[in-house]
Design a protein around this ligand. Sequence first.
Ligand code: 5GP
Length: 132
Amino acid sequence: MASIFSKIINGEIPCYKIAEDEDYFSFLDINPIAEGHTLVIPKKEVDYVFDLPDETLHGLISFSKKIARGIDSALGTIRTGVIVEGLEVPHAHIHLIPIYFEGQPVSLGRKSEIQESRMKEIASLISKAVEL
Ligand code: 5GP
């Protein structure tokens, strides 16, 4: 059965899309731990990130870098952090966490709810700032 993230790639489930190319896709996490919390995934569905072929893993990191640059530029972060956990959704993904101030708690356990209108606004801001 296709993962929830494959369904997002295929447009069967809506998302706040940031960017995509032939091999990778990025969108806002539905339960963000900070405004602009973004997920980056390979289109090829593999559960464990370290089971990805080297080429795909390298490409995932390079694509994530471009998205992180967009986040930094659009949202005025001090930097963007990275978390890889993968215990909830069996489709390899990188969490990009905008960090706005030193000491900001960065933990996947600290999720918040952000209004739909603000999620749309954030996605649009990041999307416009990303240079692929
Ligand atoms: P992990 O697998 O690394 O623990 O986390 C999976 C992440 O995917 C979670 O942060 C969760 O909020 C996010 N997530 C789960 N289902 C959906 C979904 O349908 N849409 C979006 N945008 N994010 C999701």
